[in-house]
Design a protein around this ligand. Structure first.
Ligand SMILES: [Zn+2]
Ligand SMILES: [Zn+2]
Length: 129
């Protein structure tokens, strides 16, 4: 049982309009679907390239990390370059020279001159490598 109450509601007109547009829309839809398919195909290609680049980057990062690990290993055994006796673990600021032992770094700091570049020493920094 269907009964129209009062004037037709706005969505009623909209439905009619959509029905008229239906043929045109289905054509547009197939065009869009085709475009979507093309985009998906090219996206797949981009994704493959990206995967390749990503694995290449990962390989390079591993190499860098390995090199860093090797460097860190050798640095931790480094002796002070001034007295060549004790372990060097202190650098001067701001020039950054160092890996001197605490004693030699202290002497350089009191003198106010860097052992390497003779630049002004404002302080020392203990490094952990
Ligand atoms: Zn020293
Ligand atoms: Zn220096």
């Amino acid at each position: 049982m269907y009964r129209v109450l009062g004037k037709p509601r706005p969505y009623y007109c909209l439905c009619l309009l959509l029905y008229k547009m239906d043929e045109n829309l289905s054509e547009q839809y197939s065009t869009l679907a085709k475009k979507l398919h093309e985009k998906t195909t090219s996206f797949d290609e981009v994704l493959r390239t990206l995967t390749h680049i990503n694995s290449d980057l990962r390989d390079r990062c591993e190499k860098v990390l390995n090199t860093l690990a090797t460097l860190n290993g050798s640095k931790s055994q480094k002796t002070c370059s001034v007295c060549c006796a004790r372990e060097g673990d202190t650098v001067f600021t701001p020039c950054g020279h160092g890996l001197y032992c605490a004693g030699c770094a202290g002497r350089g700091e009191r003198r106010g001159r860097c052992h390497a570049c003779r630049g002004a020493v404002e302080g020392t920094l203990r490094v952990y490598v």
